[in-house]
Ligand binder design. Sequence first.
Ligand SMILES: Nc1ncnc2c1ncn2[C@@H]1O[C@H](COP(=O)(O)OP(=O)(O)OP(=O)(O)O)[C@@H](O)[C@H]1O
Ligand SMILES: [Mg+2]
Length: 218
Amino acid sequence: MEGAGQRGRFIAIEGIDGAGKGVQSRALVDWLRRLPLEVLHTREPGGAPGAEEIRQLLVTGAAARWDSMTELLLVYAARRNHLTQTIWPALAQGQWVVSDRFADSSRAFQGVAGGLGLAVVEQMHALVVGDFAPDLTIVLDLDPAVALARTERRGGAEDRFEKKGLSYQTRVREGFRELALRSPQTHLLIDAAQSMEQVTSALLEAVAERLQLQQERA
Ligand SMILES: Nc1ncnc2c1ncn2[C@@H]1O[C@H](COP(=O)(O)OP(=O)(O)OP(=O)(O)O)[C@@H](O)[C@H]1O
Ligand SMILES: [Mg+2]
């Protein structure tokens, strides 16, 4: 089978809060494992013990607790830890890696919505990450009002970015859309307003085609 036994690929799932990244990244991981591939499922901010500690600083507390530049510094400290402790070792062992959020989140949140600009994020990225990039970035595109209704049902304390409000989330969404549209060879833009099952099948079909994996026959 194409894909199995080769070097691992790195897939990032992106989108605003409540777009369905958790649900859809689990579905993608389950599907890849059935192919079968060895898959590591991880997330940002976090994905390694130190990075998970930094996550708590970022996603809890008052919205004004950190300005955009401080967020960027914390996010990239966590990302460096995630790469060195988790992602790079897994890829080196031939595993596939699926991450719920990666660098496009910094571009969309701190760069576009937070006002730092993409050039500042790219400078930080070059310094901390270098040339490394996902083989594929999947952007789940959803109206922030719909996403908010989904996350309100869920609740929880990790709501610092939701507290920045609908206009902030709208700018994040636009940031993600522009990143996907300007790099169609590395990105997939998926309509996340459909039912979970419909989003999953659109996503799996697109991933299978893009990465030339054989679709499981029902
Ligand atoms: N297509 C869908 N239709 C309706 N509800 C959905 C859909 N996808 C996900 N949900 C629900 O919306 C909520 C948010 O989904 P999920 O946690 O996967 O989003 P997320 O992008 O990971 O959010 P966050 O960034 O806040 O972690 C969950 O309660 C989930 O069950
Ligand atoms: Mg999530």
